[in-house]
Design a protein around this ligand. Structure first.
Ligand code: SF4
Length: 694
């Protein structure tokens, strides 16, 4: 029994964990948060929550919080606590000196999907309007950047097509590379409710996840493919639909380009896309692929949900395009119960992309090369905007090593733990003259920083998060920032220390500016959010109360575009030295690299990452459940305990990446998506042997 005391006030706000975007009432007694109560008025959660949102907010008051700014001349020196004025003046001095000596493109920023829309907007504005560079990128680079590319190319906008309510009208759900039961639990419960009512489920995943089978439902088809072969499986489903005439000709003729579809159909009819050929590549029985394709095409309203098991591959963007092709050819777009829905891992992945964090796009997904778009921002910000796209995160690291990139402001992102090829990242950070880290905790990246600016938790600021259904949810300040400032205020202070004259008094003014400059946000304001509770973009004159379903009468780009999807095997191959394929995922009670959940006291939390290995692969190596095992890849090595289970197929092993001791990114390679450089986290060839422990 936990004694929580009697609350004396409450504040409605939004969970800062995953992209479901559940709303909660934070109940306070004085300055103390006593409990979070799931809000019935939350349109994404309707009174429900998962264990993380309900109980895992203790990190906000954890003893590891850093509440004083710190600086040091070099990374070999100890940190020195200083005033905000001294820290900001030190940071601004270094950044200005780099710009004067090496030019504006020697500077850059990394925005965070943990932060609010308003904070993200300000950080990319800092890069473009104060530094004078398009060197801005977001941590979405390492998760959903292929969604941005793939859906942008096919539909014309980088966003999920449906609202969550839509699932209640789905007859078929196709879940690819996602495990909502662990990573999006509240939405998963809505899916399962519909499955218990008789809807059918197809899961494409190398592992038999918790989503494949649950209480009172079981997937009709689980296509347990070899990691890295998504494109082959999805294209084989398209082959079946085209060759068996299961496509929706009326939809394609009215909404897409018929000639373009015919060209695509000629391509996909080729025998190499037939399930019987693809079975040899993917390990999925041809009959299963055929049955899944027929169910998706003919089972009624069919919705696709996907996650990082689609995007974090060398063909991540191609898989997103293949998924969009599947939806368009079957007419499963533009009405309730259908659509293409990326499940966003972090609370504000959608928003960080919407706000212009990418180096080639200004807010609202408008290319920096477009002079009319640049003119809008140049007039508003009073500075010229560089017409050339800037550096992506991996390009920033490469440029640091050749000496042309020297100063980085990184807000709310631990790049050292989150990005692939840790050794390369360390070398890049070491090579820079000024690394500024803004975070709640002294994270791994801060080991190589010169300035540490304390961050504010979601409980300590006003703003908005945009969830996976494009819903802009209010985030409301529950308590004062522990270090004195919310993150948006710190960015403004840094901009002004570098000579800008920003004067935002409240995040509502930042949202007003976003709305003025971004057509899809034109009607958004804090007044509207107070009135409606939340709103889904596009929200403008045509849709003053937002847009639950997109592409109803036409695609954002006009006609939907079919693009050929050639399967190209990843360069990460198995062989005698590295015979098994490692793939990764999450569990319900932990979150990403665990910075928050590991700092929330709870004995029930999962305490270590383990390696799942098939009984056959374990037996031939003499490995039993609970044994220590040594993993070696071409990039690095680590040691984990083994869990012997048939959740994974022979030849495949699996682990989570919630604990730093696992060193998951020491093992992963530097292969990445061809279009966006999203790292190929999901496929690593490894050797595994018994070990005596770390
Ligand atoms: Fe938070 Fe996601 Fe859980 Fe909802 S489902 S409470 S948004 S972690």
């Amino acid at each position: 029994v936990i004694e929580i005391g009697t609350p004396d006030r409450s504040v409605l706000t939004t969970c800062a964990y995953c992209g479901v975007g559940c709303q909660f009432t934070a109940e306070m007694r004085g300055d103390e948060l006593v409990r979070m109560v799931p809000a019935k008025q939350g349109k994404a959660n309707r009174g429900h929550s998962c264990v993380k949102g309900r109980f895992a907010w203790g990190y906000a008051g954890h003893r590891d919080r850093i509440t004083s700014p710190m600086i040091r001349e070099s990374i070999d020196e100890p940190w020195r606590e200083v005033s905000w004025d001294e820290a900001l003046s030190f940071a601004a001095g270094r950044l200005n000196a780099i710009r004067e000596t090496h030019g504006r493109n020697a500077l850059g920023v990394i925005t965070s999907s943990r932060c609010t829309n308003e904070e993200t907007y300000l950080v990319q504005k800092l890069a473009r309007a104060v530094f004078g560079t398009n060197n801005t990128d977001t941590c979405a680079r390492v998760c959903h950047s292929p969604t941005g590319y793939g859906l942008g190319q096919t539909f014309g906008t980088s966003a999920g097509t449906q609202d969550f309510d839509s699932v209640e009208q789905s007859d078929v759900m196709l879940v690819i590379g996602a495990n909502p039961s662990a990573a999006h639990p509240v939405f998963a419960s809505r899916m399962k409710k519909r499955l218990r009512q008789g809807a059918k489920l197809i899961v494409i995943d190398p592992r038999r996840t918790e989503t494949v089978e649950g209480a009172h439902y079981k997937a009709a088809h689980h296509l347990a493919l070899t990691p890295g072969t998504n494109v082959a499986v999805v294209s084989a489903m398209a082959h079946v639909i085209v060759t068996e005439g299961l496509y929706d000709e009326a939809f394609i003729r009215s909404r897409c380009d018929w000639d373009e579809f015919q060209d695509y159909a000629d391509f996909i009819r080729e025998p190499r896309h037939a399930p019987e050929a693809v079975e040899l590549i993917t390990g999925v029985p041809a009959a299963e692929i055929r049955a899944a394709a027929r169910l998706y095409a003919t089972g009624g309203n069919a919705a696709i949900y996907y996650g990082l098991g689609v995007t974090e591959h060398s063909q991540g963007s191609t898989t997103v395009i293949a998924i969009a092709n599947l939806a368009m050819m079957t007419g499963n777009i533009g009405r309730p119960g259908v659509g293409v829905n990326p499940l966003r891992g972090q609370n504000n992945v959608q928003g960080s992309c919407d706000m212009g964090s990418f180096p080639h796009e200004l807010p609202g997904y408008r290319h920096v090369k477009n002079p009319e778009v640049r003119a809008i921002f140049e007039a508003a910000w009073g500075v010229p905007i560089d017409p050339e796209p800037g550096l992506r995160i991996p390009n920033m690291f490469d440029a640091a090593l050749d000496g042309s990139f020297r100063g980085l402001y990184c807000q709310g992102e631990d790049i050292l733990q989150s990005d692939p090829d840790t050794t390369h990242v360390v070398a890049a950070l070491r090579a820079m003259d000024c690394v500024i880290v803004q975070d709640l905790f002294l994270n791994e990246t801060a080991l190589y920083a010169h300035v540490f600016l304390p961050g504010a938790s979601f409980l300590e600021k006003d703003g908005t998060f945009t969830n996976a259904e494009r819903r802009i949810n209010p985030v409301r300040r529950v308590m004062a920032p522990k270090a004195g400032y919310a993150d948006w205020e710190v960015t403004q202070l840094l901009a002004n220390a570098m000579g800008a004259g920003w004067d935002y008094k409240h995040p509502s003014e930042i949202m007003d500016e976003i709305a003025r400059l971004t057509p899809s946000f034109a009607g958004v304001s804090y007044e509207l959010l107070d009135k409606l509770g939340s709103v889904q973009w596009p929200c403008n004159e045509t849709a003053p109360e937002g847009t639950p379903l997109m592409h109803i009468d036409g695609f954002m780009r006009g006609r939907g575009r079919f693009i050929r999807t050639d399967y190209v095997a990843t360069d990460e191959r198995t062989g005698p030295r590295y015979p098994l394929l490692l793939t990764t995922g999450r569990i319900l009670s932990q979150y990403n690299v665990g910075a928050q959940t590991r700092r929330t006291e709870n004995g029930a939390w999962h305490s270590e990452d383990v390696l799942e290995i098939h009984p056959h692969d374990a037996e031939v190596r003499g490995i039993r459940k609970g044994d220590w095992v040594h993993l070696v890849s071409r990039s690095g090595e680590t040691t984990l305990r083994a869990d012997v289970t048939d959740r994974v197929s022979p030849g495949v092993v699996y682990t989570t990446f919630h604990h730093p001791e696992t060193q998951a990114n020491v093992i992963t390679t530097d292969y990445s998506d061809w279009a966006t450089n999203c790292p190929e986290f999901k496929v690593t060839a490894v050797q595994i042997s018994p070990s005596n422990g770390p």
